[in-house]
Ligand binder design. Structure first.
Ligand code: ASP
Ligand code: MG
Length: 420
């Protein structure tokens, strides 16, 4: 018998038919003797609708009341799934965030979980065999008011609950059947990964492969929760229950490195289109200039990602390029203009026609030459690299957005990721 947390996102509980389908997945696990806590999101689109209502009521509003409103979508789906399970003869009850309880800090709208005293829920799961249907996304703050965990937060609810009850696995059901080596929409030869390490998943997630909320992966890594990303759209009765998989686990397991048997040098290629490039041409090349550029950006809470600085032939001036989120570009340009008197003379350019392509893999730690091969392959295709940044397990390059597909495809086959 396994103790499981199953999480279903908005598209998986979009209407009563989909909720019945979810109940079938739960039934399969229960009938195999597994104890299940099920975490649900609101019906697809519901949270957006609720957020819009709060804004319409008053553009500036009390964050505590925002949470009271937007958390309600999960109350509905947890109750509906409990009713559906009961009607199938499966003992179940709903648990709202405050009932579990998910204790959080007081940062309404983006609260962090501080503690989950889950003894009661665990006992009921194990002793009574009662399915716990838990409203995701919700918590209770120090002031006893309802909090929410930030958009996409029910992934984090599920992982945190799995850690608190000591679950064997946290199955995240979504509308894709796992994590792919890259976006299958641009590379049809992309493959589903059997397993990926937490660290790689974090890079994939923050690089634009939007499968799991980043915070949930960080939490899974810290608490050692094994997470299986899988599809709720596969027919529930065609899949093996946990413990009966015998080799064929349907989905991608996000786990510690030690559990990954066949480690590739590169596990995946990610790309992010929401990068924008800012260039300062001809700034003075002397101590303190970088601080005068990046200080004001930090103060304005603008995250800078890649940074490149060139030397110009006269040795006295330099060109400085950095990237920010596209949504921050206008603000970043204003901040730099505002600091002009401190920075000195320069020409300022901004562009959104760039994309960041990243090659990710923990195997890079022990293999030299990954970057060199990457640069050569791109050069052979005539793709110019405008900026580079690296970490221990990732190499990112900035290129003209027009070459996104060509670059991703080229790198995908270069590192042997293409499906046969
Ligand atoms: N319903 C919430 C949202 O849409 C939480 C979630 O889906 O994870 O952000
Ligand atoms: Mg989600």
């Amino acid at each position: 018998m396994a103790l499981l947390v199953l999480k279903f996102g908005g598209t998986s509980v979009a209407d009563l038919d989909r909720i019945r389908n979810v109940a079938q997945h739960v039934k399969r696990e229960v009938e195999a003797g597994n104890a299940c806590a099920v975490v649900v999101s609101a019906m697809a689109g519901e949270t957006n609708r609720l957020v819009a209502l709060t804004r319409e009521a008053a553009p500036l509003h009390d964050a505590r009341e925002y949470d009271a409103v937007v958390s309600s979508g999960e109350q509905v789906t947890s109750g509906l799934l409990a009713i559906t399970l009961q009607s199938m003869g499966i003992p179940a009850r709903s648990w709202l965030g405050w009932q579990v309880p998910f204790r959080t800090d007081g940062a309404h709208g983006a609260a962090r979980i501080t503690e989950i005293p889950a003894a009661e829920i665990r006992a009921r799961l194990l002793d009574r065999g009662e399915v716990a249907v838990v409203a995701g996304f919700q918590g209770i703050g120090p002031d006893n008011r309802i909090t929410t965990l930030g958009r996409g937060g029910s992934d984090t609810s599920a992982v945190a609950l799995a850690a608190a009850i000591g679950a064997d696995r946290c199955d995240i059901y979504t509308d894709v059947d796992g994590v792919y080596t890259t976006d299958p929409r641009i590379v049809p030869k992309a493959r589903r990964l059997e397993a990926i390490s937490y660290e790689e998943m974090l890079e994939m997630a923050s690089q634009g492969a939007k499968v799991l909320q980043t915070r949930s992966v960080e939490l899974a890594m810290v608490r050692g929760v094994r997470v299986l990303v899988r599809s709720s759209f596969e027919a529930p009765d065609t899949l093996p229950a946990a413990g009966r998989e015998e080799g064929r686990v349907p989905g991608t397991l996000v786990c510690g490195e030690d559990e990954i048997v066949e480690q590739q040098v590169v596990s995946g290629i990610a790309y992010a289109k929401d990068e924008a490039k800012v260039t300062l041409l001809g700034v003075a090349d002397k101590p303190g200039v970088a601080a005068r550029v990046f200080g004001p950006l930090a103060e304005a809470n603008i995250n800078v990602d890649m940074i490149v600085q060139n030397v110009t032939p006269d040795g006295k001036h330099t060109d400085m390029t950095f990237t920010v989120q596209t949504s921050d570009l206008e603000r970043a340009m204003k901040v730099i203009e505002g600091a002009r008197s401190d920075i000195g003379d320069f020409d300022l350019r901004g562009s959104t026609d760039v994309v960041k392509v990243s090659v990710i893999g923990i195997g890079m730690r022990s293999h030299a030459g990954v970057a060199a091969r990457m640069f050569q392959a791109l050069a052979d295709k005539g793709i110019n690299i405008e900026a580079i940044s690296t970490s221990e397990i990732k190499i990112s390059i900035l290129i003209d957005a027009a070459y996104t597909e060509l670059a991703v495809r080229t790198l995908h086959s270069l590192y042997g990721l293409d499906a046969d």
